[in-house]
Write a protein that binds this ligand. Structure first.
Ligand code: FES
Ligand SMILES: [Fe+2]
Length: 425
């Protein structure tokens, strides 16, 4: 026996215990899976692959939290509507006769058909395509053919879905008792006002279909550990790709420009707000771009008029988060909003909205291709790495690995996700 084989012999029992291939059929319960999570490590495989875990997370994480569904400028007139689909749920968001925005479950009260099949439009009423029941803009049933004499249409209006408008952003939750948004609205009022969020408009909207479990897409968005390797265009302009030790110089230089540009130094820690029970988590921070880049564009030059009351470019970009699915990046001249939602346990979507000031004219003040270039190429690259990630986590060789320092947000999101999963419905 040579020295190498004796070492292998010594190690063999330990390796066998650790080898994930020896656990091909994982019979642990979901509670046991959660208990097995090692803090500071990625999630166990079944969080990404098990339909039973997915069913639980739909109820406890996805449907009962707030998700960004768009901006008020998309529905300016009475009767303007858009559909908002998340996993198996679908809502109709509509501006009523009274000018208020409301959301309704897109489920007919007769036999359950989807009522609204279009993505968006303008309507005076919604007519179910199956048997023709008609609903008003306030969700009430206004007509149903040949029903018995004792049929009470008032009892068969569309079910309301929770909706809040926060600084021009439309948030929707498929829960009747969603987290409170009052503190979020109050604490983010000042930073959101800097960019004139209520007066923005959607200049472009694109949906990216990602054939991967939804959590991998969100985890990927939360960390910039991958930026240097996966996003050369993003990395040459954003200091977030640097580790913490190298960032203060560019951060301090940006902060010195704040006052002249009409910005304030504001920081709201998502982890603090997310820890409050019964409330939406939210956060705000601004990060510097490298010299020569004033906004997120191919050449670093402006792509649209300055937002809100900003007087100049400070060379920064603000990360703003609303809950666990919606992330916004506010440059000085445009905002990019990301929404990640599951389609099923193997597929998700990323919706990106590019927003500019409401009085900007396309062709004159901005060009959609120039405006969307950076985050389109970045998101296409993200899609590829997330799909690669998903293929790997399904392997028998997958086991959760440790997070790097630059993955702290992802780590925090993972812990929040597990807490939500444990919180009874
Ligand atoms: S299912 Fe809608 S009218 Fe019958
Ligand atoms: Fe990325």
């Amino acid at each position: 026996m040579n020295g190498r084989s004796s070492v292998l012999k010594l190690l063999a029992p330990k390796l066998a215990r650790c080898d994930p291939r020896s656990m091909r059929v994982d019979t642990r319960t979901i509670d046991e899976l959660i208990a097995a999570h090692k803090p500071g490590y990625a999630l166990e495989q079944r969080f990404y692959t098990d339909p039973a875990v997915y069913e639980l997370e739909l109820e406890r994480v996805v449907y009962r939290n707030w998700i960004l569904a768009g901006h008020v400028s998309e529905l300016p007139a009475k009767g303007d509507f858009k559909r908002f689909d998340v996993a198996r749920e679908s809502a109709i968001i509509v501006r009523g006769e009274d000018g208020a925005l409301r959301a309704f479950a897109n489920v007919c009260r007769h036999r359950g058909s989807r009522v609204c099949l279009e993505e968006r439009g303008t309507a005076r009423k919604f007519v179910c395509p199956y048997h023709g029941w008609m609903y008003g803009l306030d969700g009430h049933l206004t007509a149903a053919r040949d029903m018995p004499a004792d049929f009470d249409p008032l009892a068969f209006g569309l079910h309301p879905v929770s909706l809040e408008v926060v600084h021009g952003l439309i948030l929707v939750s498929f829960s009747d008792s969603p987290p409170a948004v009052d503190n979020c609205r109050k604490d983010l009022a000042e930073p959101m006002a800097m960019f004139g969020f209520e007066a923005l408009k959607v200049a472009a909207h694109k949906t990216y279909a990602i054939p991967a479990n939804w959590k991998l897409a969100i985890e990927n968005y939360q960390e910039c550990y991958h930026c240097a390797t996966a996003h050369p265009d993003y990395a040459r302009m954003h200091s977030l790709m640097l580790d913490r030790k190298k960032r203060p110089r560019v951060q301090d230089a940006m902060k010195e420009r704040f006052a002249a540009c009409g910005l304030k130094d504001i920081y709201v820690n998502f982890l603090d707000t997310a820890a409050r029970p019964g409330e939406i988590g939210y956060g705000y921070s601004r990060s510097a771009m490298f010299d020569g880049y004033v906004t997120g564009s191919k050449d670093g030059k402006p792509v649209a008029p300055l937002l809100g009351k900003l007087a100049d470019y400070d060379g920064g970009a603000s990360d703003i988060s609303f809950g666990a699915f919606s992330f916004l990046l506010a440059y000085s001249d445009h905002v990019v909003a990301y929404v990640f939602t599951p389609v099923d346990h193997r597929n998700c979507r990323c919706d990106i909205y590019w927003l500019v000031r409401g009085d900007a004219d396309e062709g004159e003040d901005y060009d959609v291709e120039t405006l969307t270039w950076l985050w389109n190429v970045t998101t296409e690259a993200d899609k590829t790495i997330v799909v690669n990630n998903y293929e790997g986590v399904q392997s028998r060789y997958y086991e959760p690995g440790p997070f790097a320092d630059m993955e702290n947000n992802e780590r925090a999101w993972t812990e929040w996700f597990l807490q939500e999963l444990l919180r009874p419905t």
